[in-house]
Write a protein that binds this ligand. Structure first.
Ligand SMILES: Cc1cc2nc3c(=O)[nH]c(=O)nc-3n(C[C@H](O)[C@H](O)[C@H](O)COP(=O)(O)OP(=O)(O)OC[C@H]3O[C@@H](n4cnc5c(N)ncnc54)[C@H](O)[C@@H]3O)c2cc1C
Length: 457
């Protein structure tokens, strides 16, 4: 017998939100005083502040500081209920969402659906690169990168072979957008500053760090001038920036790329590889788009209506990194403002006397972008205003502390930053074997289990 879809008692309108990231969590909070029941579903039990993942990866801050428990964030919101499970199916016809968690499952009925499942890493059809070059989208990714960076230095300490040491201490970061630039700058800081005098058999500053990108400039969204400044800052730190470099292969030993200008192939023997080159919207986007009869672009983003609804489904919204609308970028502000926008429309639809436009187009206000390049150095672009260097770095710190969720996390992060600014110390260089090998081990296990599952069926 088919399971009866769950809905909260009380008969209020049931708003189901998929994803407790920037967009979904904002929408849930904005609905706090609305006469609705909100069920927010996320496969992770925490809200992740992705802009600071690179600091977790390089031991500056702990994972918990950027990943507060979603259940705790919503503890005081009476009309919100958190479900920690993965959404496996959405039916627009039945108005249901199916979830699974470690073998348990449930189906939820919705009156209004907000899909805010974000985006993952894209390897542009070369998913096999992922085995050797993790992306930087989740805590697992950041912790794996931390483990592999530190393991590289530790292995370099116990080898007597100079060629092997050079390979161990070669880091290649693919993708010179904000994420790539930030993690590159921090690996350089680790090698040139934090690890000074920490090893006996080699100089950590001898590490080679490459930043590759197929585009002709660093940080394309920031424009040429700031891109050049960021590149120079990285180069001063000893980073070898290679642009117009289209990566053609990544394996255990090396990264190969084609220089698009000279049309020549190159290979860099490298131990640690990090991929920050592309994004793909959650596959839930395609699932909804197919049912709604709308298109997805090459990155899997859904063509939504101006009010963020989908096709003719006036009670289904998509927000954040999953949308393809007016060339809006995949940034936190688009997701948060989208969450706020749909919460207002939902409230307007509830209130029969309201004169508010229930189909008001989403009007994004661009507050600007910023990225850190190294200690004391960042770039900021706000409309026509551009600046870089120390003041930009201070602005970056201030803004990111403000947006971090939770008082404890703000204080702990600020303390770690102060410590790191005035000393070489990195308080979170610990790692476990699970962090180092977990992702690939799980994937291998799943591959081994897959044929057995198929036979059972
Ligand atoms: C390393 C990094 C650095 C960044 N730096 C910046 C920056 O400096 N400034 C900036 O503005 N933006 C930055 N961004 C982009 C920004 O983080 C995103 O634009 C923003 O997170 C998008 O919000 P969202 O709500 O669409 O998705 P997310 O915040 O990614 O949230 C999506 C949520 O959906 C959940 N989910 C996905 N699939 C399912 C499923 N099937 N079932 C249940 N739950 C699911 C996920 O677990 C996640 O919690 C950065 C991104 C990364 C990865």
């Amino acid at each position: 017998m088919a399971e009866t879809p769950f809905r909260p008692h009380g008969g209020r309108r049931h708003v189901v939100i998929i994803g407790a990231g920037f967009g979904g969590l904002t929408a849930a909070k904005k609905l706090k005083n609305a006469d609705v029941d909100v069920t927010i579903i996320d496969k992770k039990n925490h809200h992740l502040f992705q802009p600071m993942l690179y600091q977790v990866a390089t031991g500056m801050i702990s994972a918990g500081e950027i990943a507060p428990s979603t259940r705790q964030i919503l503890r005081d919101q009476d009309n919100a209920h958190f479900v920690n499970a993965e959404v496996t199916d959405i039916s627009l016809a039945d108005k249901t969402v199916s979830v699974e968690l470690a073998g348990s499952s449930r189906v939820y009925a919705y009156d209004t659906l907000i899909v805010a499942a974000g985006a993952g890493q894209s390897y542009f059809g070369n998913d096999h690169f992922a085995q050797f070059a993790p992306g930087m989208k989740t805590l697992d990714d950041a912790l794996e990168i931390r483990a592999s960076i530190i393991t590289a230095f530790e292995k370099a300490e116990i080898t007597d072979d100079p060629a092997e040491r050079e390979r161990l201490l070669t880091f290649v970061i693919v993708g010179a957008g904000p994420t790539g630039v930030e993690i590159t700058g921090q690996i350089a800081e680790l090698a040139k500053r934090s690890f000074t005098d920490a090893y006996s058999n080699f100089a950590p500053a001898s590490a080679k760090i490459y930043l590759l990108d197929g585009a002709p400039q660093v940080l394309p969204p920031f424009g040429k001038r700031l891109g050049r400044k960021a590149q120079r800052t990285l180069e001063k730190l000893g980073v070898d920036v290679r642009l117009n470099a289209m990566v053609t292969d990544v394996n255990a030993e090396s990264v190969s790329y084609k220089d698009m200008k000279s049309d020549t192939e190159h290979t860099i023997e490298a131990n640690v590889k990090i991929w920050s080159a592309g994004v793909a919207a959650s596959p839930l986007g395609k699932m909804v788009a197919e049912q709604a009869g709308v298109e997805v672009d090459r990155a899997g983003r859904v063509s939504v209506n101006e009010d963020l609804t989908v096709g003719t489904h006036e009670d289904v919204y998509i927000i954040g990194d999953m949308i393809n609308l007016n060339r809006l970028p995949g940034v936190a502000q688009v997701a948060m403002q989208g969450g706020e926008h749909v919460a207002k429309l939902i409230e307007a639809k509830l209130d029969e006397e309201s004169t508010a436009d229930e189909k008001k187009p989403f009007d994004y206000f661009d507050k600007g972008s910023m990225a850190t390049v190294s200690r004391f150095n960042a770039v900021v672009k706000m409309g026509k205003t551009e600046f870089s260097g120390f003041m930009a770095w201070v602005a970056w710190l201030g803004l990111h502390i403000t947006y971090l969720v939770g008082f404890h996390n703000r204080v702990a992060t600020a303390f770690n930053w102060i410590t790191n600014t005035f000393s070489q110390e990195r308080p979170h260089l610990e790692f476990t074997q699970q962090m180092r090998v977990g992702r690939n081990a799980i994937e291998t296990l799943e591959e081994l289990e897959a044929p057995a599952d198929a036979e059972e069926k």
